[in-house]
Design a protein around this ligand. Sequence first.
Ligand SMILES: Nc1ncnc2c1ncn2[C@@H]1O[C@H](COP(=O)(O)OP(=O)(O)OP(=O)(O)O)[C@@H](O)[C@H]1O
Ligand SMILES: [Mg+2]
Length: 237
Amino acid sequence: MGDELVKTYIDGFDDKMQGGIPAGSVVLLVGQPGTMKSSVAYNILFNNARENGTKGLYVTLEQGAKSLSNHMTKMGMSPKDVVDRLEIVDIGLIRKKLTALADQSWVQVFKMYTKNLKETNDYQLLVIDSLPVLNVLAKFDNPREELFHLFEWLRDLNVTTFLITEMTPDTPKFALHGEDFLADGIIYLRMAEIGDISVQRQIRCVKMRSANHNGDYHSLLFDGGRFKATRSIAQSR
Ligand SMILES: Nc1ncnc2c1ncn2[C@@H]1O[C@H](COP(=O)(O)OP(=O)(O)OP(=O)(O)O)[C@@H](O)[C@H]1O
Ligand SMILES: [Mg+2]
C-alpha cells in the first residue's frame, strides 16, 4: 500500500481516517439490509470519478445494473455524469447471456471480467456488490481458504476494493468466514434505534490498517446528492 489516500467523499468522515482509505486496501462495507451500502459504495466511485477523474468499476451481483443506475440517478448521482469513468457491470446478466460461460463459476466469470477490464480500462476503484452472493453461488467447498485467495487476488489487481457484505440482523458478527480478519478495513453501516420510536442512520470505521482512525459512530446524512457524517449526539439504546 502506498501513501495515496482514497477519499470516501462522505463529508466529515475522511478526516476520521486521517484523510481517507490507503490506496490498495480491501475494505468491507458491512450492514444490514437497507442501510445504504450500495449508495455509499457507489458514492465513492461517483465522486472520485467526478472530482478527480479516477476510474471505477462497480460489479453488481445482486441488484440489476439498471435498477442500481435508476436508484443512483434519483439520488442525484447519475452514471451519465461520469461516462467513461464509472462502469457498472452486471455479472449475473453476462453469465445468463453468454451460454459459453454457463458452466463457469461466478468467481471465474468475475475474475475474467475484472482482469480484462483492468487491462483495457485501468480502473483504480472496484466495488463488489455483494460478497455473500458471490460466496453462495460459487459453491465454495472451503469458504475461508477460497476467500483468502480471493483477497490475495484482489490485492494483486492493484486497485482499492470495496466489498459489500450483508450482516444478518441480530448477530454482532461482521463476517461469517473470517473476511473481517482478511480485510484491511471495515466500514459499518447501521440503523440505530433512538428511544422507542426513532431510528438514525449511522456509520463507523471499525478498522483501517495503517491509519489512526476514529472508531466512533457518526450520524450518516444524505442531502442534496451528498453524504455527510456528523457527531452522533442522540443516545442510542
Ligand atoms: N434520496 C434519498 N435520501 C435518503 N435516503 C434514500 C434516498 N433514496 C433512497 N433512500 C434510502 O436508501 C435505502 C436503500 O439504499 P441502498 O440500496 O443503497 O441500501 P442497501 O444497504 O444497499 O440495500 P440492500 O440491502 O437492499 O442492498 C432505502 O432504504 C431508502 O430509504
Ligand atoms: Mg444494496
